[in-house]
Design a binder for this molecule. Structure first.
Ligand code: HPA
Length: 270
């Protein structure tokens, strides 16, 4: 794994030695974030050695390098999900690559289903913690000490400083935000009503199929991490009948300008 990561990093650096400070993972319907970037160069995943290739409709597949103001950013346009059949190592491989391209901070976005009754579709949730219910752990197996320690402290998987800064900025921007706990499941089915209830009882506010593995691996390497989620559907009796991928994409697209503005502002000001 170490050698594969370094090989990929060397390949990318040989093309362009960009040295980004921020990594950004763009989730469902957030691909247009790159419009806010002054793009320097783009690398489609299928041209990067050792990279998996994304399969889901609505997810593009490229690493986009560029600047936001004076901040250097590498954005993942499209991510890899465990439910697509990738191993956890594959799902999190790009995070390792971004670390050795130079990032010290990672911003992760996703779409999720709300189970907190105070949420509604379109809400933007700052992720303050997560519950990992994925069937496999991305750090299972022999630990590579050069990446990080065997036992990773998870007291602040989401940077407290980035959370408080983002809330300040949201207020200034007039963007209403909630905060909450994200519950990470495998998918690809949406949850049953009983499962949404379980998520709620177990202490989470929203549930989705991504993010948790990437954040774990980022924390393994001591990358400071920020997560934001768009509530694209509500997991409750009134709403469950119509939950679909189209509904998720539509709600994500509607909230996109606000999330874009928030992430842009955080990168500029943090
Ligand atoms: N459940 C799981 N993943 C999701 C959901 C959901 O309700 N909405 C968007 N991603």
């Amino acid at each position: 794994m170490w050698d594969k990561v370094q090989e990929t990093v060397q390949f990318i650096k040989a093309k362009n030695d960009f040295n980004p400070e921020y990594g950004v993972i763009l989730g469902s319907g957030l691909g247009s974030f790159t419009d806010d970037m002054e793009v320097a160069f783009t690398l489609p995943y299928n041209e990067i050695p050792n990279f998996p290739v994304s399969t889901v409709q609505g997810h593009k597949g490229a690493l986009v390098f560029g600047t936001i103001g004076d901040k250097k950013v590498v954005a993942m346009q499209g991510r890899f999900h465990f439910y697509e059949g990738y191993s956890m190592e594959e799902v999190t491989f790009p995070v390792r690559v971004m670390k050795y391209l130079g990032i010290s901070k990672l911003v992760v976005s996703n779409a999720s289903g709300g189970v907190n009754p105070n949420y509604k579709v379109g809400d933007i949730v700052i992720i303050k913690d997560h519950i990992n219910f994925a069937p496999e752990h991305p750090l299972r197996g022999k630990n590579e000490e050069r990446f990080g320690p065997r036992f990773v402290n998870m007291s602040a998987p989401y940077s407290r400083n980035m959370i408080s800064k983002s809330k300040e900025l949201a207020l200034e921007l007039g963007v209403k935000v909630q905060d909450g706990v994200y519950f990470g499941l495998q998918g690809p089915t949406f949850e049953t009503l009983a499962e949404y209830k379980m998520v709620k009882i177990l202490g989470a506010d929203c549930v989705g199929m991504s993010t948790v593995p990437e954040v774990i691996v980022a924390r393994h390497m001591d990358v400071e991490t920020f997560g934001v989620s768009i509530i694209t559907d509500m997991g409750n009796e009134e709403s469950i009948d119509t939950i679909s991928h189209d509904e998720v994409l539509e709600a994500a697209q509607n909230a996109e300008p606000k999330v874009r503005a928030l992430i842009k502002s955080l990168i500029l000001n943090y």
